[in-house]
Design a protein around this ligand. Structure first.
Ligand code: AMP
Ligand code: ZN
Length: 434
């Protein structure tokens, strides 16, 4: 078997050795970070350096780094290398104020591609697969990040980019695509176009695997995607500040995402007390890069809520797994005093076979605390004269009330009628006046 990206020694390293490797790489990362103007001040002013680290747990002596630190020091303030050494930049969308930019030197790009290749391999993808990347290219890391990883693995890679479903299907059929990557929210729409064209992905394509990520999604959504396309869909976690995709990925067992601990240090903290919580408990994920030269980032508060899954994985990898992201601390909204995450609503909706994959939560406060859940019906169901519509709405509202403790208004709308975005879906429209 060709085992280039089954990096067995690293992936199954005994925990003790892995922690020793982490300590060595953490010290090097802190030393490198101290070359940047930002960390010189952030750590240096407190007398913190690699000498402050006797064990990886000593990282807790260091202050966190936040998105605002990246924005305020845009674009070069966190750089530990000279711009001359760098060969690529990516940045977050930054709709308000400066985005957060990341710069990469050659080592960083190579290390990143290796992680993406290793991740894809762990799901069962092999060099003889045909890979179609249905992700936006450009500043968004899902395009070039997957492209470089897939090429490194050795797959024929189709840089299809996002949107244009008919062309996606045409390419899939012409080249016999077996593996594809996309944001999960796009796949319901792609499936509808298959149906419009009278095609069935099970019979009319060679698809076997999807990589889905970049946005929160529920297990119910994953199951739907698997059913619609006859594939296994693997959860892929990444973020620009940490390179992009390839930070953590589900292996073939689909039991949580292994975070590549030779390249990242993961901590879970209580977002209120900022103290670490034990494995198994939910909290905010904090990540530290261990293999980045141009721009190491130490103790980055991701705002993503997850937990470490205790126990070993059947695949023999020793790198910790974290659970499906349940939302971001900044995604949560409050209605009538109840804290709600969009994914809780998604889970309920996806259990109704009549409901399609797109929905929008609208919040207004003109008549008190009002919340409307708009959900698209499956393409073959009509909104007019559909006799079960009222009782379906009542059932959905009832289950939502039991789940989120608020009874929202339910609007069932025709397939394709909700606003679409290319890239990550926008699930909440907050029209409340302050
Ligand atoms: P970006 O840097 O724009 O790619 O966005 C990174 C953010 O996307 C993360 O902090 C998460 O909030 C979200 N994200 C990425 N991958 C996943 C995933 N597999 N599940 C849930 N959220 C994700
Ligand atoms: Zn595993």
């Amino acid at each position: 078997m060709d085992s280039r990206y089954w990096q067995e020694e690293l992936e199954t390293m005994p925990r003790k050795n892995l922690e020793a490797l982490q300590l060595e790489k953490l010290k090097a990362s802190v030393t490198r970070a101290l070359k940047s103007p930002f960390y010189k001040e952030h750590f240096g002013s407190q007398g913190l350096s690699a000498d402050s680290l006797q064990s990886v747990d000593d990282i807790q002596k260091f202050p966190f780094t936040c998105k605002d630190d990246l924005r305020d020091n845009w674009p070069f303030g966190l750089m530990s290398a000279s711009v001359d050494d760098c060969v690529r930049m990516h940045c977050t969308s930054g709709t308000t104020g400066n985005p957060a930019a990341v710069l990469y030197n050659r080592h960083d790009l190579d290390s990143w591609a290796n992680l993406v290749a290793r991740s894809m391999w762990s799901t069962g993808a092999r060099p003889n697969d045909i890979f179609q990347n249905m992700s936006g290219y450009g500043l968004f890391t899902g395009g070039l990040g997957f492209q470089n990883g897939a090429e490194k693995l050795g797959m024929l890679t189709i840089p299809a980019a996002a949107g244009n479903s008919k062309r996606q299907i045409y390419l899939m059929q012409a080249f016999g695509t077996t593996v594809a990557h996309s944001v999960p929210s796009y796949l319901g729409r792609l499936f509808a176009v298959f149906q419009e064209m009278g095609l069935d992905p099970h019979k009319d394509t060679k698809l076997k695997r999807f990589f889905i990520g970049a946005e929160p999604h529920s297990e119910e959504t994953r199951l739907r995607i698997q059913e619609m396309f006859g594939v296994k869909a693997y959860n892929s976690f990444g973020m620009t500040e940490m390179n992009g995709p390839g930070v953590a990925f589900e292996c073939e067992y689909q039991t949580g995402m292994h975070v590549w601990e030779d390249c990242y240090l993961i901590e879970i903290i209580d977002p209120d007390t900022l103290q670490r919580v034990p494995d198994g408990e939910w909290g905010e994920m904090v990540l530290t890069t261990l293999d980045r030269e141009a721009m190491p980032i130490i103790r980055y508060r991701t705002h993503d809520l997850t937990r470490i899954i205790p126990g070993e994985c059947a695949c023999a990898r020793t790198h910790k797994r974290f659970d499906r992201i349940k939302g971001r601390t900044d995604d949560m909204f409050i209605v009538k005093g109840c804290n709600i995450f969009p994914i809780q609503i998604e889970r309920v909706l996806m259990n109704f076979p009549e409901i399609g994959t797109d929905y929008l939560i609208e919040l207004t406060n003109e008549q008190g605390d009002d919340m409307t859940v708009k959900a698209e019906l499956k393409p073959d169901l009509f909104t007019d004269n559909y006799p079960e519509l009222e009782s379906l709405k009542r059932k959905i509202a009832g289950i939502l009330r039991d789940t989120i403790l608020v009874t929202p208004k339910i609007q069932l709308v025709p397939h394709g009628s909700l606003p679409k975005t290319e890239g990550k879906a926008k699930r909440v429209l907050d029209l409340r006046k302050q």
